[in-house]
Write a protein that binds this ligand. Structure first.
Ligand code: S3P
Length: 440
């Protein structure tokens, strides 16, 4: 285990708005005829790309103040675009959800593209079911990857049993059905985040649940716009939760965090590991639970992370793995092959960076394991503080860069992260906030 010496200021902090909800607020505003409003919008590259894509198709946007926007859409049937190129940057959620929505818009033909990381990410998982709905969509890259060429058209009713518990696939198909005013029956094997369902209901629609993992939506859909309130992103708070629990002293109060049950796996897992985190001021906003999170320095021990928790911690596994280095017994994650389909192949990224630090890690197809308690590791920790700087490769992945910056703050290791600009995709101001928490 890495020795812990970091002292924090006890303070209240806020993290930027939820990325998943920010993307969805633009998408539902575009589908709705008339005005919508959002507060707490994440003004980071990923959701801003989604916003500018729909602006090109006819959504009017006006910034009122930071995080607050007014939208006005002509309605889904009047969104148009001829041979437009829409750039989604680094955002898998942006491109996949927008692809579904655009497939159902007969007035639009578009190329959806992004950066080199996005162009490597699997798109067959949405192309196949969308084509079964009657969509005209093709992945122009190698192995059916982006750029995606779409000619919007009327889609048909569809029933899909998803082999992957993915909110991006689920939301993509829901948005395709909604934009095309057609029926969708959908089931998954483990509940993935259900923000699309919540926002759809918040606008006045019904979802018929056949089981908790199997539902049906049917037109006519209510799309008259709404006022969306976006809370802070628990996936961004996760970095400060780990910092707070692993600090030697100090408490962080992270305010206004979305606590959707399908997103709080980070709290469940840290608590199973022995962390003390208090949830205060619980409330419901826009159909989503919200609260404040207070961290206490805690001693962590290794636990088995059950497969059912994986979808709800999928974005937090890099930072949980960092916590694992400070955990009695080490850390193991399995059943998480989906990590290979994220902004980087996060199994490879975490394993190769840990190995660069001299940490022994066993890699599996669906995860990895490390035992931070061996004698060998203790010598490694000492030399990492005093030896030469160790380069950390971020692989165009914001969460990898942030996870290793937290490791650096907690351990005092001489790490040099090759590129931190990816953090702008989800968490502008991360490094300043981190600095402001440290009691140096
Ligand atoms: C997201 C779903 C998750 C997550 C991503 C955001 C969403 O992906 O990793 O960061 O907003 O729907 P999958 O559902 O594909 O696992």
């Amino acid at each position: 285990m890495i020795p812990r010496n970091t002292k924090l200021k006890s303070r209240e902090i806020q993290v930027p708005g939820d990325k998943s909800l920010s993307h969805r607020s633009v998408l539902f505003a575009a589908l709705s005829k008339g005005k919508s409003k959002v507060t707490g919008f994440l003004e980071a590259e990923d959701p801003l790309h989604t916003m500018s894509a729909f602006t090109k198709l006819g959504l009017k946007t006006q910034k009122i103040r930071p995080g607050e926007y007014e939208f006005e859409s002509p309605g889904k049937d009047k969104l148009v675009g001829h041979n437009v190129e829409l750039d989604f940057g680094n955002a898998g959620t942006g491109i996949r959800l927008s692809a579904g929505l655009i497939c159902g818009l007969p007035g639009v033909n578009a190329i959806l593209t992004g950066d080199d990381s996005l162009k490597k990410r699997p798109m067959g998982r949405i192309i196949k079911p969308l084509m079964s709905m009657g969509a005209s969509i093709a992945g122009l890259g190698e192995k059916e990857t982006a750029p995606l060429k779409i000619q919007g058209k009327q889609l048909g009713a569809y029933k899909y049993e998803s082999p992957i518990a993915s909110a991006q696939i689920k939301s993509c198909l829901m948005l395709a059905a909604i934009s095309s005013s057609t029926e969708l029956e959908y089931s998954e094997n483990i509940l993935s985040r259900d923000h699309t369902e919540n926002m759809f209901r918040f606008l006045g629609n019904k979802i018929e649940y056949l089981t908790p993992l199997h539902f049906k939506i049917s037109p006519p859909y209510v799309l008259n716009g709404g006022e969306f309130k976006v809370p802070g992103d628990i996936s961004s708070a996760a970095f400060f939760l780990v910092l707070g629990v692993l600090a030697k002293e100090g408490n962080l109060l992270i305010q206004n965090i979305g606590l959707n049950p399908a997103r709080i796996g980070i709290l469940t897992t840290l608590e199973l590991m022995g962390a003390k985190i208090e949830v205060l001021n619980r409330r419901i906003e826009c159909g989503e639970p919200v609260g404040d999170l207070k961290t206490y320095p805690s001693t962590l021990k290794k636990v088995n992370i059950p497969e059912e928790l994986i979808p709800s911690i999928i974005d937090e596994i890099p930072i949980l793995s960092v916590a694992g280095l400070f955990t009695e017994g080490g850390f193991e994650i399995r059943h998480a092959e989906e990590l290979r389909a994220k902004e980087s192949d996060r199994i490879h990224t975490m394993v190769s960076n840990f190995r660069a630090l001299g940490i022994e890690v066993e890699e599996f197809q669906d995860g990895y394991a490390l035992d931070g308690t061996s004698k060998h590791s203790e010598n490694v920790w000492a030399s990492l503080k005093t030896g030469k700087r160790i380069p950390i490769l971020s692989f165009m992945d914001h969460r990898i860069a942030m996870s290793f910056l937290i490791l650096k703050a907690l351990s005092g290791f001489k790490l040099e992260i090759d590129e931190t600009s990816w953090i702008e995709t989800s968490f502008p101001g991360f490094e300043e906030l981190l600095k402001g928490c440290l009691n140096e």
